[in-house]
Write a protein that binds this ligand. Structure first.
Ligand code: MG
Length: 242
């Protein structure tokens, strides 16, 4: 028999009931409690680990595609050329912009050309690039889609760009719209962009979307339109070299 070592004179606890030892009275229930606590803690830990594994699997399973706005999903050049021709009485076309930006083609009026972009509504009514909505909706089933635009270059464009995205790409959540400065901050598997400068420090695969100004750029994965984007990702999904 385990002796009762708690002195009746010093203990503040209730005395043991007659016939029950300290082992039965205190140590056994305490042991049971400890066992329950350990068991629950282990269950919680295992639950956490399993949840963590599931979460990592979910995040890992969806690759990310970041997509630029101007000249990729929004036809920026068409409107800019039209406004320029109206203001300066010319009739330049996309062909004239091969290898050039409008402001590098007419450097003598570059400030006037660039100031057109500061109008708060310039970006609000740009045409949507053909097939971009359909192909992006399709890609959104298998990838996380982010729209990444260097909007800091034209801070007056924020509201117009946001409203344009809400109107034409309502199936993309707001949290996936990234208005930024330097796109190297973007962490994605792919970046579809018409400006090669954004690929310099990009961590993933840069995909150059053909525009008049980048027609002579070489050494990049290139897509000529949104049907070509669809083809690229279908071949990638099949494990083929696009
Ligand atoms: Mg662009």
């Amino acid at each position: 028999m385990i002796p009762n070592v708690v002195s009746a004179g010093t203990s503040r606890r209730a005395p043991s009931r007659r016939g029950r030892s300290l082992w039965q009275e205190r140590l056994l229930p305490a042991g049971r409690c400890a066992a329950v606590v350990i068991s629950q803690t282990m269950t919680l830990q295992l639950g956490k680990r399993q949840w963590g594994r599931m979460e990592r699997r979910t995040v890992k399973s969806l690759k990310r595609i970041a997509i630029d706005m101007d000249e990729v999903i929004a036809d920026f050049s068409e409107k800019h050329l039209r406004l320029y021709n109206d203001q300066f009485g010319e009739s330049l076309t996309a062909e004239d912009l091969r290898g050039h930006r409008l402001w590098t083609l007419r450097p003598q009026v570059a400030d006037d050309i660039l100031s057109m972009l500061d109008h708060p509504l310039f970006f609000r009514d740009l045409s949507v690039m053909p097939d971009s909505q359909e192909v992006i909706a399709e890609l959104a089933r298998d990838y996380e889609i982010f729209i990444a635009t260097a909007a800091m270059e034209r801070p007056t464009s924020f509201a117009a760009k946001y409203e344009w995205l809400k109107e034409h790409f309502p199936f993309l959540p707001d949290k996936n719209f990234v208005f930024c400065g330097d796109k190297s901050i973007i962490y994605a598997d792919y970046l579809i962009d018409d400006s090669v400068r954004h690929f310099k420090r990009f961590v993933g695969q840069g995909i150059l979307f053909t525009a008049s100004h980048n027609i002579y750029e070489e050494g990049y994965v290139r897509v000529k339109d949104w049907q070509d984007v669809r083809r690229y990702f279908r071949e990638t999904a099949r494990g083929e070299e696009p």
